[in-house]
Write a protein that binds this ligand. Structure first.
Ligand code: D41
Length: 684
């Protein structure tokens, strides 16, 4: 029976189940929108599931209730025999790429010339998602068809699978939707979902995906949409095709804002900027934040904002003149594994490292990439001589992602994990619960562990001793000048000046930096000790909880376990560390050398800014970003990387970019440096 009849026949007294099913549909769709589009869950998952099951059972009893926009229609469905072809009414164009500053300046110049204007052009800047382009067709507000871009003229019908993507509304949020709307955007998989998927694939003995893009593509091309439904794909809109029965918005920004009103997900990381300088600023800012974003992007996209201007500019071959993708340097490259060696870290962990034929990845020449551990080498089946894909993302260490089996030479050699530490010759141990093998030699035996531990001690987030780099520490250890962190503070001008490539001036700088580092915080000191499993945030929690080093040194296991985020593994590791007389001695020597910090009452927790979240953007006139963060944290506040509704304060300095724009859009409190200092003082 068709649905309108149901409503008509019942007249005044509609049956309860009919009204209830409509309420459930609307409510579930609302919650799904809050969760997947607004990123602001409105009910607990369990409650959502309960409502969902209620609707399912109503629909099972009354199949005529099932509407195209029912949330139950997102999951499962009968397997597709194949994908049929869809011709795009308006072709899906491609987008031109730029790589260098010069390319961007030339683009802006072409645009200005095309528009015959002298004033800086208004651009809408957005992210370039590394996913799959897709067209969603809404007829009278209902999702009726979804197709891949294909060659731009013809794509594949993936409607069934797209219905399972929960950030795509099955019905537009509008009482008067356009008669026809083609929404264009990108389907992608979040990095975290990708990691979980690969873990599941590995555990099930199935093939892993090389990257989130491939995983998204594979998930969208599933013939069984029940599998797609489990993959948690996402969608962000960035364009429009055919539009009938509504006026075309006058700018790209207006288009995306309209989409948001219609319940279609658009990315919040956008900015409206002017001229080439604005574009380059956006690129730099997003480049900084790239690694922290939950999804992969391969660049940013600039579009002339005004639709009138867009039309004036027209097209070159298959791409519009009004848009440009500014690509980041590729994060992956192919090269040859020349050797596999073993490195020993500060905890004695033995890490197989591939020595590579030099290759440029992400703008940097890479010659080494980690293989993590022996299991990984076996699982990925990497041999010496193999051609491999290497990846370098953000600040992380380059890694070998996969080999290319077709290119394996006949004489490729397998890697063998040494049974002895390659540095000190001690035996290696492989514990049951860990994938890594470790050198059993410890600090006293093993120079590699010593070097690693010393480098950790001087590192920026620990004691922050500038000028004590890898080469210097290496020499100091090899010449037996330094063997424990306390030895650093015994260094004098003569012992430093004797080292290779050490001028008098740089020796003085190192001594100054050592002197400066003595004024530190308890958190940094704890972190610098390099206790296994005690990272930076655990060190902060420990410092906050105990207030003084003596309180920490005398703490029992139970007392340590009271600290937030500290479990038995961390507690055990700390007790073991502090029980070692040499470690106690080290701590005493460091104190005797003059290393100090402010101690507070045990259990003291500065409440002033507790629960407040800060985002720092741009350059502050006096405070370094790190210092500002430290002071906020010292007052109990948190520092986050990106702006959201939950941000309490945005601290903006010189050249603040899209974070500031977003803060303004959200109506957040924006402080300058003076404002921040004021706030800190008020709460001191
Ligand atoms: O995020 C993207 N990958 C993205 C792709 C984007 N943000 N904007 C885009 N804009 C266009 C035009 C200007 C043609 C509407 C695009 C693409 N095109 C695109 N993606 C794949 C081919 C073309």
């Amino acid at each position: 029976m068709a649905q309108p009849d149901l409503f008509e026949q019942s007249g005044a007294g509609l049956p309860d189940w009919l009204l209830r099913s409509k309420d459930l549909r609307d409510e579930l769709n609302r919650h799904a929108h809050a969760y997947y589009v607004l990123d602001a869950p409105s009910i607990p998952d369990a409650e959502y599931d309960r409502l969902f099951r209620e609707l399912e059972s109503l629909e099972a009893a009354h199949p005529e209730l099932i509407t195209a926009d029912s949330p139950t229609q997102r999951v499962g469905g009968t397997p597709l025999p194949q994908f049929s072809q869809v011709r795009h009414d308006v072709p899906m164009l491609s987008i031109n790429n730029g790589f260098s500053d010069e390319d961007i300046i030339a683009f802006d110049r072409r645009v200005s010339e095309g528009l015959k204007t002298d004033v800086a052009v208004d651009y809408a800047c957005e992210l370039k998602f590394d996913g799959l382009a897709i067209n969603l067709r809404y007829v009278n507000g209902i999702l009726t068809e979804a197709a891949t871009r294909g060659d731009g003229a013809t794509g594949e019908d993936v409607t069934q699978n797209i219905r399972t993507v929960r950030s795509i509304p099955l019905r537009l949020h509008s009482a008067h939707p356009p008669a026809l709307l083609d929404v264009r955007g990108e389907v992608l998989m979040y990095k975290a979902d990708f990691a979980k998927l690969n873990l599941r694939q590995r555990e099930a003995g199935q093939k892993e995906f090389a990257n989130p893009r491939n995983a998204a593509a594979g998930s969208l091309r599933q013939l069984d949409s029940r599998i797609t439904a489990q993959r948690n794909l996402r969608f962000f809109a960035y364009g429009v095709g055919l539009l009938e029965g509504a006026a075309m918005p006058q700018s790209h920004t207006a288009l995306l804002n309209w989409y948001a009103e219609l319940g279609i997900a658009v990315c919040a990381e956008r900015a409206n900027l002017k001229g080439a300088a604005g574009l380059l600023q956006f690129y730099a800012e997003i480049g900084q934040r790239r690694a922290a974003l939950p999804y992969e992007i391969d660049g940013v996209v600039y579009k002339v904002d005004s639709v009138e201007q867009q039309q004036k500019l027209g097209f070159v071959s298959r791409a519009p003149r009004f848009a440009l993708a500014h690509k980041f340097p590729a994060e992956e490259a192919i090269t040859v594994v020349q050797d596999i060696v073993v490195q020993v870290g500060r905890t004695g962990a033995l890490t197989p490292v591939a020595r590579l034929a030099p290759v440029s990845v992400g703008g940097v020449t890479v010659t080494n990439a980690t293989l993590h551990n022996e299991d990984e080498v076996r699982r990925k089946d990497i041999r010496i001589g193999d051609s491999v894909i290497v990846r370098r993302a953000g600040d992380v260490i380059p890694e070998v992602v996969a080999n290319i089996p077709e290119r394996r030479p006949a004489d490729a050699r397998e890697f063998v994990m040494p049974r002895q530490c390659p540095v000190c010759g001690s035996t290696t141990v492989q514990s049951e619960d860990e994938a890594v093998a470790r050198c059993a030699g410890g600090w006293l035996q093993c120079a590699a562990q010593r070097k690693g531990g010393l480098l950790h001690f001087v590192s920026r987030r620990a004691m922050d001793i500038e000028g004590l780099g890898e080469q210097l520490v290496e020499q100091l250890v090899d010449r037996h000048v330094v063997s424990t962190p306390a030895d650093f503070y015994k260094l004098g001008l003569t012992s430093l000046a004797e080292l290779d490539r050490m001028a008098d001036k740089s020796a003085r700088n190192v001594l100054d930096a050592l002197e400066k580092s003595k004024q530190t915080t308890l958190a940094r000191f704890i972190y610098a000790l390099g206790i296994r499993h005690v990272g930076e945030s655990t060190a902060k929690e420990l410092a906050r909880h105990f207030g003084s080093l003596d309180a920490l040194l005398t703490a029992s296991e139970e007392q340590i376990l009271e600290v937030d985020d500290v479990g038995p593994v961390v507690a055990q590791s700390m007790l073991r560390f502090f029980a070692e007389p040499l470690n106690r001695e080290l701590i005493e020597q460091l104190r005797a050398a003059g290393v100090v910090w402010m101690e507070t009452e045990p259990g003291y927790k500065p409440q002033a800014l507790a629960g407040k979240t800060f985002v720092l953007t741009g350059t502050l006139p006096n405070l370094k970003r790190e210092e500002a963060a430290e002071r906020i944290e010292a007052a109990g506040g948190k520092v986050a990387g990106s702006v959201s509704k939950k941000t309490s304060y945005v601290v903006a300095g010189e050249e603040a970019g899209s974070k500031l724009v977003k803060a303004q859009e959200l109506g957040l409190v924006i402080l300058d440096e003076a404002g921040l200092l004021n706030l800190l003082e008020q709460h001191a």
